[in-house]
Design a protein around this ligand. Sequence first.
Ligand code: FRU
Length: 495
Amino acid sequence: MAKPISGQLLKVRRMEKMQIHDIPKEERPVFHMSSPTGWINDPNGFSVFQGQYHLFFQYHPFSKKWGPMHWGHCTSKDLIRWEYLPAAMAPDESYDEGGCYSGSAIEVDGEHVLIYTGVMDRYLDDGFHYYRQVQCMAKGDGVDYVKHKENPVITGETTPEGSSLEDFRDPKVWKEEDGYYLVVGSRAEDGSGQILLYRSEDLERWEYVTVLDQSGNRYGKMWECPDFFALGDKQILVVSPQDMRAEGLEFHNGNNSIFIYGQYDKESHEFKREKVTSADYGLDFYASQTLLAQDGRRILVGWMQSWDANITPADFQWSGMMTVPRELTLERGRIYQRPVRELEAYRKDMVQYENLTITGSTVLENIRGRVLELLVEITEFEFDHFRIEFGKNDDYETFLQYSRKKRCLTIDRTHSGIDRDVVCRRKMEIAPMAGDNGGEVLKLRVLLDKYSVEVFANDGEKVMSSLFYTPLEADGIVFDCDGTAGINVVKYDLQ
Ligand code: FRU
């Protein structure tokens, strides 16, 4: 490569080589990408390069806490098994000395191009604190990346008047017939988020095009990690706002991710917002990013952790994992999310129960474990509350509870061993759907991977992702009902 790898990056690469092996395999999730060592947050550069999936991530390998951001790196052939590669970027240039923040990647003429946010953070001679976020580029071969000589490629001076020069980050790049485009998060004059669109012929010189959408102080403050793509007959703008307020059960306080549905005119670049929903209704989901797979699937992955409630156990040497990648489709005017179909190849030991009647607390033979997929269909609803308890033994449990009258699903991890004052419960509305035989059915597809649970309700109509660090020997699963529930259950272990 043209430029030698910096001392800082070499240091990280050496260190991670040693430390990755120190982390016991038993402690790691089986089918989720997790931090190699130290802290990770947002997925970055989620892309296909030379036929393989690449996933980078915000990375502070030196501790389990967020710190100067590097880009960690892994690849996969099937989005399920991830292989760690050496860290890709370190904050080692004057334009990113404060961190290599989130960004995206694209394959161009055999090169892997990364577009990311550089943070300029220094004290000038007169004591002035100079802080700017700028957009930068690096190119590589899938392992080693060289930062562009003329970085930054976009500075805050190009943004609309009144926009913040400090909050300007997380570029997501893609190619259209008439050139490259990127969306980037920014803060407007009113102090809340906006998404800016830029265009380029060569990924080096960028021109500002327009503001695609703005929070107007309704959907949180700074809008982070935007993504913008067509899905069915809609155009979707995904953003992760900071400092949101709950609106009923649709959003929750703090950092959220939202789907903004709308129509987009490619000529005028006008995006007309139609509706806004949460992207995920669980306790741990943020900063998602999508890729377009070679077979046309739009696949989303999120950071499965919360900024405000980090519950990583004190004795772990790593903190942070991603959700299972999800296929997005537009059905009945909503984004449906389903685990990528590649996961099904890892199923084994099916256990099935049909037409069960559950009254009170019920344990089903051969249904237990912490790395599995559980498909539960509720077909009879003679109850007020129906529960699936998991990660359970005498001391611990986490549960899902369906409240029939309120048509509401709750996740509750109060008794999962958390000893901090953090949010442990969240709810989402979900109504039964029409079943095959004329009746109603509520479908819950539950993925457990040691310390995480992802619930896909009604074939992916709504999703909840949450962490619970119950000791692994707590592997019981119990069905409980205060009346009578008719259910079908299928369980697969996932290997
Ligand atoms: C979102 C975020 C991004 C930023 C990165 C820094 O979680 O705050 O906006 O680029 O994390 O690590």
